[in-house]
Design a protein around this ligand. Structure first.
Ligand SMILES: [Zn+2]
Length: 336
């Protein structure tokens, strides 16, 4: 993906007739070239580049479960501060719609989430500080107008919108969504995104100095770096989530069915007049996701069978039938 895009970029940039972008006072490109001809500037650039590379290499670490190497410099305390700030802001926006902690639905979803957390604690490859040092808490946002969504903030605050529960359909489906969101935090994807932000800004500034075309550069950055990185993190959260939910004795096969239901929902929501579903639009194409899930099933089944899940068949009981909460199913416009 990245290679193909890079090839396209090379073609545009170097093989096509030079594209010039008109703008006022277009002399920054020349200044940048002059920088390269000046010995002192070149020395500074070399120090900057060397220092930057050293910083990058010394801040590479391995993601849990997937083993992917990624760059994170953001300290944990700052990541938690960002989580705290977001939490306060979201609580302010959703106040009045959040079900109380003793509501049966909050308790039910919390219990499923707890099973996922407990299973992750048993995984020897996961740094336990990322789980035990966090105060996990589930909030159900019961707002029928809100599109289906679920997310977790750094610091362990989980938000589940009641409109997603009908698509989840049962506990295994909900475990798929919860373990996916949990995995984003476990793999510190927020910290990874924030760590990359200054790099994108620097690359953006350099591109702007060279080409002077802001919109073109933004498209390049998004196409070559931001979007592939975001899709990679989504796929990683799918993989880690599937492994953890299987350890937690939730049926991994249901994750495939859940994403099939999501795909159907996605199709319906594309109809004119339907609300754009952010949860889906920021995630990879459902078909690709279903293929991935299917290819990971053998490994997931292995973990499931190693977890002595034996007689626990009750998890598969219909989630909807267990609760008569009116807002549990998406309203009729969703067709579920
Ligand atoms: Zn996600």
């Amino acid at each position: 993906m990245f290679k193909n895009s890079l090839r396209t970029f090379s073609k545009v940039r170097f093989n096509s007739p030079p594209i010039t972008y008109r703008r006022f006072n277009n002399n920054q490109g020349n200044s940048f070239r002059q920088l390269l001809f000046d010995a002192t500037s070149r020395r500074y650039l070399a120090i900057l580049f060397g220092g930057g590379s050293l910083f990058y290499l010394t801040h590479l670490e391995e993601a849990p479960v997937s083993g992917r190497t990624r760059f994170i410099w953001l300290p944990r305390w700052l990541e938690l501060k960002v989580g705290e700030y977001s939490y306060r802001s979201i609580i302010g926006q959703t106040r009045g719609s959040i079900l109380p902690p003793n509501h049966p639905l909050t308790q039910k979803v919390s219990r499923i989430f707890e099973k996922i957390v407990e299973a992750a604690e048993k995984d020897p490859t996961i740094d336990k500080n990322l789980i035990t040092g966090v105060k996990w808490q589930v909030h159900i946002v019961d707002d029928p107008r809100a599109p289906p969504n679920a997310f977790v903030l750094p610091g362990g605050k989980v938000f589940v919108f009641s409109s997603i529960l009908g698509i989840c359909k049962n506990e295994d489906g909900l475990a798929t969504v919860l373990s996916h969101e949990f995995s984003h935090q476990l793999a510190r994807h927020t910290a990874e995104n924030l760590s990359k932000a200054p790099i994108y800004s620097i690359i953006g500034a350099i591109l702007y100095t060279v080409t002077g075309a802001d919109v073109f550069n933004r498209l390049l950055l998004d196409g070559l770096l931001r979007m592939p990185a975001s899709r990679q993190m989504e796929t990683e959260a799918d993989y880690i989530g599937l492994m953890i939910m299987s350890r937690a004795c939730f049926h991994p096969e249901e994750s495939v069915r859940l994403w099939q239901r999501m795909a159907e929902f996605e199709q319906q929501s594309k109809r004119p007049g339907m609300v754009n579903v952010e949860f889906l639009s920021t995630h990879p194409a459902s078909n690709r996701r279903i293929e991935n899930m299917e290819s990971w099933l053998p490994k997931a089944r292995e973990l499931y069978s190693q977890s002595n899940c034996g007689g626990i068949g009750g998890y598969y009981d219909s989630f909807q039938s267990a609760f008569g909460v009116p807002s549990f199913e998406p309203k009729t416009i969703w067709g579920f």
